[in-house]
Design a protein around this ligand. Structure first.
Ligand SMILES: Nc1ncnc2c1ncn2[C@@H]1O[C@H](COP(=O)(O)OP(=O)(O)OP(=O)(O)O)[C@@H](O)[C@H]1O
Ligand SMILES: [Mg+2]
Length: 235
């Protein structure tokens, strides 16, 4: 079974009396373990699409199946549970909690999911922080970390609950190209080691080079798609 299936997904935002069509019929299947990049110009619908997939918002029309379950009929509470247990988010602006240390930001993500002892939880948080290259920086707060380090905390936070899916909206937009490479390599490694499915959006050709699958959207529709060996990005 595919992890994700979208059928005819449309999204129309209501701006006062004006209707803004953001997605105009997206059909998409994402298999478990894929590393997929969604790219397209500003305003093409990338963030909107990720928000629908991430159960943060509902389509105006069409269906989304997550692990075989149709999301349309679920209540807000049920959607929140799917999010909490199955989906990790990484944002362009990191979205860390400023008053919490790196360690606490990551721990916070699994405090909400039950069933672990304190010492199991501690080990898990320290292991994932080490895996993203932050050993020794656990006690720093976000304002004491560089952009790349903050994004690593966000990656650790997304991965610590071992979600089936990680959604990243322009995760390298605020990083220089060397730091972007480092952060992307961590995500590729996590994808390979843990089998986590990644979907992320970007404008950046450097990011596209890491993709196993590239999906271009324009005006709210999938306009092109490339897989595996066909991906050659020219700078
Ligand atoms: N909350 C909203 N209310 C009204 N219109 C919106 C809202 N959010 C997005 N839009 C519109 O929907 C369209 C798609 O926006 P979206 O943010 O998904 O694009 P994007 O591809 O993520 O762009 P960018 O690359 O600039 O982040 C745009 O025309 C945008 O103006
Ligand atoms: Mg966007």
């Amino acid at each position: 079974m595919a992890l994700l299936e979208l059928k005819g997904v449309e999204k129309i935002y209501q701006q006062g009396k004006i209707e803004v069509p953001a997605l105009r019929g997206i059909d998409l299947i994402v298999e478990k373990g894929e590393f997929t990049t969604i790219f397209g110009p500003s305003g093409s619908g990338k963030t909107t699409l990720l928000n629908m997939i991430g159960c943060l918002d509902k389509p105006t029309k069409g269906e989304i199946y997550f692990d075989g379950q149709e999301l349309g009929d679920l209540s807000k509470k049920e959607l929140a549970l799917i999010r909490r247990h199955n989906i990790g988010f990484i944002f362009q602006s990191y979205n860390l909690i400023p008053v919490l240390s790196a360690y606490e930001n990551v721990e916070f993500a699994i405090r909400l999911t039950d069933g672990r002892t304190e010492s199991e939880m501690r080990k898990k948080v320290l292991d994932i922080l080490e895996a993203v290259g932050l050993a020794g920086l656990e006690d720093r707060r976000p304002n004491e970390l560089s952009g790349g380090q903050k994004q690593r905390v966000a990656i650790a936070r997304a991965l610590v609950k071992e979600p089936k899916l990680v959604l990243a909206d322009e995760p390298t937009a605020n990083l220089d190209s060397k730091t972007s490479d480092e952060v992307l390599e961590i995500m590729v490694r996590m994808n390979q080691q843990l089998g986590t499915t990644f979907i992320f959006s970007t404008h950046d050709p450097q990011v596209m080079e890491y993709a196993g699958r590239l999906i271009e959207i324009r005006d709210g529709k999938v306009s092109r798609e490339k897989k595996g060996e066909d991906i050659r990005v020219h700078h």
